[in-house]
Ligand binder design. Structure first.
Ligand code: PTJ
Length: 260
């Protein structure tokens, strides 16, 4: 990462690419995760590489849902681990500490490497040892999501299986649908507003992972001071379909107004 000068106009994007490729070399990221990242970058260009007011609305709604949840679980995959390991830990500490590794390309090696990556950070390793955060879904994925044939269906009873609200950064639509069918609320993070995940989720945050996770944490902290009625009001005001339409309009208007 030393080769990327801080003054480079695309510094942040290049750093994210470094993290992604390094995670691939370390056996954390799936090969298809490289493609998924590229697709995300393309959509981020179209959005304007900033957190839009629509994304902010979704982030606030997600934070209210997470504060009200009885058993919230943060699901993580290879890309999420590569980009926002520390930020995910911070968010989980504001909740019940539950993080579940849930991979589409699930292999024992990748699970082992992800666990090692978390534990290799001294402060995170200590939190895991003290039980302040729980890394689920590795040795305890003994339950199955009904009607989901992919390996994403293998989940922990204490985690995703019994969760009422699941936060799923970078997802495939199949599992979102299956989780919704189990009666859960799904908050997804996906830069592609047209994806099946985006369309099926209870709340879709169309924003880049490294930008929006710290914002979710900030609002979770803030909303812990609100009463239930105030939190429900935030949720009731939100309409996911309307929000997705506004994002598509935002992209359309940006492209229309670009002068070359
Ligand atoms: O579970 P794993 O680690 O085995 O890998 C699963 C991948 C990521 C390969 C799998 O879920 C997949 O193929 O995902 P998709 O269908 O490519 O969807 C990923 C979505 O995430 C795309 O719509 C991208 O636009 C979006 N995306 C990529 N990078 C980011 C992102 N959204 C937010 N922030 C990002 N950094």
């Amino acid at each position: 990462m030393d080769t990327i000068p801080k003054t480079h106009p695309r510094y942040k994007s290049l750093i994210n690419r470094e993290k992604i490729t390094k995670a691939f070399d370390e056996g954390i990221l799936a090969k298809a995760g490289l493609i998924a990242h590229g697709r995300g970058e393309a959509f981020d260009y179209l959005i304007g590489e900033e957190t839009t007011s629509m994304a902010m609305k979704a982030i606030k709604t997600a934070a209210a849902m997470l504060v009200l949840a009885k058993n919230p679980v943060i699901s993580i995959n290879g890309n999420t681990v590569a980009l926002v390991r520390e930020e995910i830990v911070k968010l989980s500490e504001e909740l019940n500490g539950k993080i579940e590794v849930n991979l589409f390309y699930r292999t024992e090696d990748r699970l082992k490497n992800i666990k090692k990556f978390f534990e290799s950070n001294e402060s995170i390793g200590k939190k895991i040892n003290e039980g302040r955060i729980k890394l689920l879904g590795i040795e305890d994925a003994n339950k199955k999501i009904p009607n989901l044939d992919s390996l994403r269906g293998k989940v922990s009873e204490e985690g995703i299986y019994s969760a009422d609200v699941v936060l799923v950064p970078l997802e495939d639509g199949d599992r979102t649908e299956a989780l919704i069918n189990m009666g859960k609320k799904v908050i997804s993070i996906d830069l592609n507003p047209l994806s099946r995940t985006a369309q099926k989720s209870t709340v879709t945050i169309v924003d880049e992972l490294t930008r929006c996770i710290p914002l979710i944490t900030k609002f979770v902290r803030e909303y812990k001071h609100l009463n239930k009625k105030e939190l429900y009001e935030i949720i009731e005001k939100y309409d996911n379909n309307q929000n997705l339409k506004e994002i598509l309009h935002h992209i359309f208007n940006r492209l229309k107004n670009i002068s070359l």
